[in-house]
Write a protein that binds this ligand. Structure first.
Ligand SMILES: Cc1cc2nc3c(=O)[nH]c(=O)nc-3n(C[C@H](O)[C@H](O)[C@H](O)COP(=O)(O)O)c2cc1C
Length: 134
């Protein structure tokens, strides 16, 4: 069973959006191999529209260049990284998102895949962060 099949089994019904890519970092990669249903719902793109594309399609003018560079550097170094950034849905609507990327290296330290767990962060009037626990 390949990695994306394993992740698919584990995350089909997960509330957390999950995306798996290959390890090709240079343009036009990385290439999306799998997204779960929560990722489809969050982004507004279907799995068929995402597989074969790059996560960069979620970026737009409000996506911080510095954060993109931080992600790119972490991937090249094979380091796990968690960032908050602005992604764009298929409709064009921006949303704030926490993205935690897990590089998957082979035994020689070569990046072969990456998996990201993504969660939309809603902020605004009447809803403080952690208000649930207050
Ligand atoms: C699994 C995975 C998920 C990613 N998800 C996002 C994302 O949701 N939003 C985003 O702006 N970049 C995301 N990226 C980062 C971009 O694909 C790319 O690595 C980043 O823009 C840095 O590379 P670049 O400087 O060549 O653009 C993701 C990368 C990987 C490997």
């Amino acid at each position: 069973m390949g990695l994306e099949d394993l992740i698919a089994v584990l995350t089909t019904d997960s509330e957390t959006a999950v995306v798996v890519t290959d390890g090709e970092l240079s343009h036009p990669g990385p290439t999306i191999l799998y997204v779960n249903g929560a990722f489809e719902r969050m982004t507004g793109y279907s799995r068929a529209e995402l597989v074969g594309r790059t996560p960069r399609l979620l970026q737009g003018e409000k996506t911080s260049l510095a954060t993109r560079r931080t992600l790119g550097r972490a991937l090249r170094q094979g380091k796990r990284m968690k960032v908050a950034l602005i992604n764009y849905r298929k409709s064009g609507e921006p949303y704030r998102c926490e993205v935690e990327v897990f590089p998957i290296l082979d035994r020689d330290g070569v990046l072969i895949n990456a998996v990201a767990l993504e969660r939309e962060v809603r902020r605004g009037p009447g809803r403080r962060p952690n208000a649930d626990q207050a």
